[in-house]
Design a protein around this ligand. Structure first.
Ligand SMILES: [Zn+2]
Ligand SMILES: [Zn+2]
Ligand SMILES: [Zn+2]
Length: 380
């Protein structure tokens, strides 16, 4: 948006008072939020068919969302759910077996989609003859079938019962959205707004001098980012963002940084992870000796798949492999790939389609998990 404001009246007044008018520019960091982002923050009801599950995760207009049924009409469910979220409807984040069941039964009600991350949801009871519509808020819980479908943080390996319940009770939506941020075109803007908290005023200078001191090299994976300095970030080792002492600061590439413990809200676009992986490859850093290396290199959105591969003792994949056609042009990039078998797992649909056109068998994250037996047979 360009603003054209006529300051001639002001300037005339200034010169009348004997002043001179100076040049000034308005600096601004303001990023306008699209109306859809504002709506998603509040949540609104949509038709189930408008929610997409291309990667396995729920999305609406290119944004990651969660979905739930607002109506808690039957019995005293509304009161119970307000009291204790466990009694309310579960919210979904993925294409799970529960949603599949509902789909088969043709029981697809209207769902609220939202990317609100505090876990507090508006619920209601519709009006009846002798009762008005009522609303309330509830700390609803995540659907366990969803966690199972995407094997979030190795959920598949957690035995049914109290252990799963305590996983659900401590489930953190910000961490969850962060894990899959590269799967979506748009980042939740509500989160981007929160990022500025609690850094010291001179943080920019401090951060720059740390990066210079370490010659723009990530201190975890060793990637040299002199050619793309934007992808280097300064990390507070003890987590205290106001503690800028030398020993507490270290430069990390955006990919290593987001994988540090307790680093929610570090959204890294998939193209940036790709760039980092390219540089690692060019610099001969993309070596993998064990599964730990795979976790360090791969996009966190793939950890559920990697966890399954590892626990089934399947061959380790290449990470971030470029797929070329017969003319040696790069046509696709696969997050996980087994080039000898021509099998891969892709983050986005375009990469999957492009690679299958040149003879690859490509799975989405969701299908790598739901058709894991097929994938594993191809890899043995
Ligand atoms: Zn679910
Ligand atoms: Zn790194
Ligand atoms: Zn950090």
């Amino acid at each position: 948006m360009k603003l054209n404001i006529n300051f001639s009246v002001l300037e005339a007044a200034v010169s009348k008072m004997g002043g001179t008018s100076g040049q000034f520019t308005i600096k601004q960091d303001y990023k306008p939020r699209a109306p859809i982002d504002i709506q998603l923050g509040a949540g609104f009801e949509v038709d189930f068919n408008d929610i997409k599950f291309e990667t396995g995760l729920a999305s609406y207009e290119g944004r990651q969302v969660l979905l739930y049924i607002k109506d808690h009409s039957y019995g005293n469910k509304l009161e119970q759910a307000i009291e204790d979220g466990k009694s309310g409807n579960r919210y979904h984040v993925a294409d799970c077996s529960k949603l599949e069941e509902m789909r088969k039964k043709g029981r697809l009600e209207r769902y609220v989609v939202t990317n609100k991350l505090d876990g507090i949801f508006k619920i209601s009871r519709g009006s009846t003859e002798n009762r008005e519509t009522q609303e309330g808020e509830s700390k609803l819980q995540i659907c366990q079938f969803c966690l199972d479908a995407i094997n979030y943080q190795g959920f598949k390996n957690i035995p049914r019962g109290p252990k799963r319940q305590s996983f659900v009770a401590t489930f953190n939506l910000s961490d969850f959205f962060d894990t899959y941020s590269s799967f979506f075109k748009f980042m939740p803007s509500g989160i981007a707004d929160n990022q500025k908290e609690s850094y010291s005023d001179d943080w920019k200078q401090v951060s720059n001098s740390v990066k210079e001191k370490y010659q723009f090299i990530c201190q975890q994976c060793g990637v040299d980012l002199n050619s793309n300095k934007r992808l280097l970030q300064t990390h507070h080792k003890n987590g205290v963002k106001t503690d800028n002492t030398d020993v507490n600061l270290t430069p990390l590439c955006a990919d290593c940084h987001r994988k540090q413990p307790f680093h929610t809200h570090l959204f890294v676009a998939h193209k940036d992870t790709k760039s980092i992986n390219h540089l690692r490859q060019e610099q001969g850093l993309n070596t993998k000796e064990n599964w730990r290396d795979i976790y360090l290199l791969a996009d966190p959105g793939m950890f559920g798949v990697i966890n399954m591969l590892e626990s089934h003792h399947l061959p380790m994949p290449d990470v971030g492999l470029e797929v070329t056609n017969e003319q040696h042009e790069v046509v696709s990039e696969l997050e996980l790939a087994w080039p000898l078998k021509k099998v891969g797992v892709a983050v986005d649909k375009d990469s999957a389609v492009a690679a299958s056109k040149v003879g690859w068998k490509v799975f989405s994250m969701r299908h790598a998990l739901s058709q894991f037996d097929i994938l594993s047979r191809k890899l043995r």
